[in-house]
Design a protein around this ligand. Sequence first.
Ligand SMILES: *[C@@H]1O[C@H](CO)[C@@H](O)[C@H](O)[C@H]1NC(C)=O
Ligand SMILES: *[C@@H]1O[C@H](CO)[C@@H](O)[C@H](O)[C@H]1NC(C)=O
Ligand SMILES: *[C@@H]1O[C@H](CO)[C@@H](O)[C@H](O)[C@H]1NC(C)=O
Ligand SMILES: *[C@@H]1O[C@H](CO)[C@@H](O)[C@H](O)[C@H]1NC(C)=O
Ligand SMILES: *[C@@H]1O[C@H](CO)[C@@H](O)[C@H](O)[C@H]1NC(C)=O
Ligand SMILES: *[C@@H]1O[C@H](CO)[C@@H](O)[C@H](O)[C@H]1NC(C)=O
Ligand SMILES: *[C@@H]1O[C@H](CO)[C@@H](O)[C@H](O)[C@H]1NC(C)=O
Length: 414
Amino acid sequence: MRFIIGLFLCLVCSQVSCVKKLLLIQAIYRHGERTPTSIMPNDYFTEEKWPGGFEQLTLKGQRQHVALGKLVREKYKDFLPEIPDHRQIYVRSTDTARTIKSAMANNLGMYPKNESNPLWPDEHLIPVFNTPRPEDDLLFADNPCELHDKVWRLAKTIPKVRKILDKPEIFANLTEFMGKNVTDANFWEVWSAIKCEKEAFPDEFEARTPWYNEDLWQKILKINRGIQDFQVGKGLDGIILENYDIGRTLKSLRIGTLLNDLNDRMIAKVTCNMSNDTQKSATCQKLDPLKFLAYSTHDTTIYALYAALHLDELRFPEYAAALYIELWQETEADRQTFFRIIHYRNDTDTLDNVVTRNIPECFDDFCDLSIFRNYSLYYQPDRVRKEWCDISSFSPKIFNFAFFAGFLLLLIVD
Ligand SMILES: *[C@@H]1O[C@H](CO)[C@@H](O)[C@H](O)[C@H]1NC(C)=O
Ligand SMILES: *[C@@H]1O[C@H](CO)[C@@H](O)[C@H](O)[C@H]1NC(C)=O
Ligand SMILES: *[C@@H]1O[C@H](CO)[C@@H](O)[C@H](O)[C@H]1NC(C)=O
Ligand SMILES: *[C@@H]1O[C@H](CO)[C@@H](O)[C@H](O)[C@H]1NC(C)=O
Ligand SMILES: *[C@@H]1O[C@H](CO)[C@@H](O)[C@H](O)[C@H]1NC(C)=O
Ligand SMILES: *[C@@H]1O[C@H](CO)[C@@H](O)[C@H](O)[C@H]1NC(C)=O
Ligand SMILES: *[C@@H]1O[C@H](CO)[C@@H](O)[C@H](O)[C@H]1NC(C)=O
């Protein structure tokens, strides 16, 4: 019986439908390897020891993105234009040197120097757009937000979160080693500085860091992983405190805007493509030619995106980690729409790792677009993020300003 049904489906597919066409790729990647964002007062590896200073993409990081761009071009060679075309490829970065340079390197990998191309170098470059950080609530998952701080404070009262953070002796020891009060808010800086130093100065690191040992490092990794997981709301959905669903609110605040941006574009792309209007709207005039969009961002942005899509098995993003979210549509019959997600950078550097079926409601590499839509609606911010964040708008202005200015110093972006 099953065989007959299978045969029947197969016939239906090959004769009428099931031929899918790729309509759009949306990529979200992390910058390549960088120098530390900052170090602690007692640290030996001061800024002048790092080429270009802190927060910079390293040459290795640049190569990582050239290599990724090259893989992307190979994978999508029949879909992407042969020469760069800014109507078909749109790239936006956060406003930092390392993400902008990563995007440039990625573009270069996709469209390298090519002497056998009669047009080269007389062809268009792919621009990299960006928005000043305070206004960029799309790509900076950690932009300052009072509501986020309030919900995170509540989260820290949940037993499983407390258990990770309640390590007074480790925090006290690290505070002494670092020469600065180590808390959950700056813990990632400790982790990140040590990680960069170990990689960049393998011979010198241990000699210059007498307190370091492998056992302590494992403890640091564990605490850091816990903080990262809980800050993106992992495992906290449905826990209600003071009327806030802690996990859902953290995810909505961090990534709801981006998730909805990706979803809205896929829906608009399909709608524009199917529209028979002779006079197309301005949106459709832009979307019809668009084939590839890339956002160059940070680990926290990407990790929040994994969490919101319940891709819980994906580890914290490595340098140049990426998601490629493809939009597909059947060419015939009911023209059903699908998405497929490819994850880049696990242990093997390929673009073959399709992760769609790890999303709880997806059972295949191709998943109905309505599932993506469901997630984006579930995590849709209550209001424009800035307004939603502003819970103390009733307070005197001077207080607001002081709070905001103080918070700016604690910004968490890797
Ligand atoms: C170089 O240009 C030629 C001619 O346009 C094209 O066939 C070829 O695919 C290009 N190679 C690369 C690596 O882009
Ligand atoms: C903290 O430091 C003290 C003294 O160096 C050491 O004995 C202790 O084991 C450390 N505690 C942890 C949890 O690493
Ligand atoms: C360090 O931070 C903790 C948590 O914010 C605070 O309770 C403590 O008083 C601080 N210690 C110092 C020495 O600043
Ligand atoms: C557009 O035209 C096609 C073919 O004539 C038709 O099947 C389809 O339903 C039309 N789409 C809309 C949105 O009207
Ligand atoms: C709609 O998509 C199909 C398949 O990719 C493409 O051939 C067609 O040109 C698109 N139409 C518009 C108006 O973009
Ligand atoms: C990494 O990607 C490869 C290639 O598709 C896949 O076979 C493997 O299972 C993936 N490993 C992990 C840990 O996700
Ligand atoms: C929509 O998303 C919610 C939250 O993740 C989930 O509980 C629900 O099962 C989803 N519904 C469908 C139809 O996928």
